[in-house]
Design a protein around this ligand. Sequence first.
Ligand code: GDP
Ligand code: IMO
Ligand code: MG
Length: 435
Amino acid sequence: MPSIIVVGAHWGDEGKGKIVDMVAQKADMVVRYAGGDNAGHTVINNHGKFGLHLVPSGIFAKGVICVIANGVAVNLESLAKEVDSLEKSGIDMSRLRISDKAHVVLPYHIQLDGLEEKARGDDAIGTTKRGIGPMYQDKVGRIGIRVGDLLDPDQLASRLGIAVEGKNSQLQHYGEKPVSYEALYAWCRKLVERLAKYVCPTEDLINDALDKGKTVIFEGAQGALLDVEFGTYPFVTSSSTIAAGVYPGAGLRPRAIDCVLGIFKAYTTRVGTGPFPTELLDATGNRIRERAHEFGTTTGRPRRCGWFDAVAGKYSARINGMTAGAITRLDVLDDFKSVKICTGYTIEGKVVNHFPANLHHLRLCKPVYEELPGWMEPTSHLRDFSKLPKNAKAYIKRIEKLVGVPMKLISIGPRREETIEVAPLVTVKKGKRKG
Ligand code: GDP
Ligand code: IMO
Ligand code: MG
């Protein structure tokens, strides 16, 4: 299985971390290519329980090289903390690599994230306040600072000089105190010294690994509906979270991917504001949240919960070019008498079968549900698809048909081993790449 992209199918928190940790056991390299420490990927394995934000979830697999590629928004302070804490847990961090071209999140980005959110008032996005939006604004605005710039004192002085001037006029607009160039310069140098040994042109590493027929996993962050192009704009994050984001985000050549694995949760959740057609604002929504302990890994906020949205799922499968799917958290639905799947929307009585781009239309969408009988049996101990209760299999098959993706992994618990492998993810033979 040479190259696999793992992407979130809905609004994030689908269980990407768990699946990457599992798939990485047979891999040579795991690469993060988008987002920053707004991501929170939970991994539970024989080393313990971890909430990873920047370090790829393959770090627990022996000998696997873990790459933070150029598309990632790198907060050096939180990365240094994550590295320290993993080292304390006995994890070998010498396998970490950080792109010299990745942009860094600086304290003023975090400050501006908070100020911009406040200024949005009722239209606030509900960001994770990790400075992600302001950092990507600077990247495309060409006043960003890259990890490699930090390593060169002269380059850093000149880049920071330009950036601080611009940022101080923005902060002044909000009535805030200006940033001290000297203090920021010293802060950047200190942090980068700690992480310098990991920095390199990661696109070379990744392409070399693929040339040699190695198995490389690309770990997506967030989900397709938070993608800056295809998500529920403007209630999205600021990076390209879909599978295609891997090309600019990691420096990959097109056609280098053998499998796009979409991670679907057995129901749907969202954190932050923005439209969510199947949201359940009733006792059923609370029941899912409590049973599944749906609280954010990064911010601890309660996640909004709803039934599985197959309209959004089908849209996501298409824009990601998914070749396989995984359904996670099936066990959460184990004691529901019946379960519902949203198969379409109506707007003022008219049927809508696509996922609307217009925010106003999306807000008006009323879900059309298909109700299926529940299975009312525990599933976490099962490891064989054929042993799943009949109604659980029927639920999976119905989702598969509606979204148009074969579900090759079924997750029935948060631990690595609580997974049913239905079929191999990739059938391409090692070393046979044409791309
Ligand atoms: P990610 O951001 O996509 O990696 O997902 P998160 O880690 O933010 O959230 C997923 C949550 O579901 C975590 O608490 C996982 O430990 C948990 N989880 C993953 N798969 C399963 C599963 O199959 N069953 C249960 N009960 N929990 C799961
Ligand atoms: P993982 O990788 C769920 C959401 C925020 C907010 C919007 C914009 O763990 O699935 P941002 O801080 O990125 O500017 O916030 O995006 N968001 C996530 N929601 N999972 C995530 O990551 C998220 N990362 C960002 O809640 O609505
Ligand atoms: Mg998460």
